[in-house]
Design a protein around this ligand. Sequence first.
Ligand code: SIN
Ligand code: MN
Length: 238
Amino acid sequence: MSEDALFPLELVRTETNDAGPRLVAPGAVHIPGWLTLEQQRWIVARFGEWTQGPVPLRAATLPGGHQMSVRTVCLGWHWQPYRYTREATDVNGRPVLDFPDWMVRLGRKAVDAAYASGVESDQTLSALATTYTPDAALVNYYDDGAAMGMHQDKDERSNAPVVSLSIGDTCLFRFGNTHTRTKPYTDVKLHSGDLFVFGGASRFAYHGIPKVFPETAADGCGLSRGRINITMRVTGLS
Ligand code: SIN
Ligand code: MN
């Protein structure tokens, strides 16, 4: 199926196999099973292409010297701790791949699904769907032992929502508060095909992945091992 058919140009609300949106915190919405298996398989095939370069998957090294267990390939802008660049100056100096149009459309559809669903009462958030234009995606790959510590996504110069898509093994996603890395937080299991959008009052909430559950991927999602997570962001950079 073509990318236009899988991710339509217009902002239409198509039927999905989702179990309904859930408000996890103000501005933070989880929609289980939002991507169809066909969409998941198609995205996994694109992931295979992205990892061929020009910039390979890499585990970033944090300023303290700790190497992340998650490996990442970026689209649009390259993220390195803690800034965005057009070239992957901490990997091989090559420019990153363009941010694909189909992913802009998918991002808009995601924002619409999350905020026009009625679970979030902030009308300014649902109005964002038509103009939301993500320009960077961090595509993370988690193998069995990978995890991600509590952090804020704050290297962007924009408070536009972050759209997160998960494919493959189930993980524990810890979604916290904007003040501390610690409680209060909500633990959510993200399964293959799930959408999570955090914007508004939750845009700068701490979050992390304490654990991935090996060999839990949905049959037919296209990934036999590990977990892919895509977060789309608006960098506010030019
Ligand atoms: C992230 O916070 O950048 C990734 C979250 C996830 O893997 O679900
Ligand atoms: Mn993050």
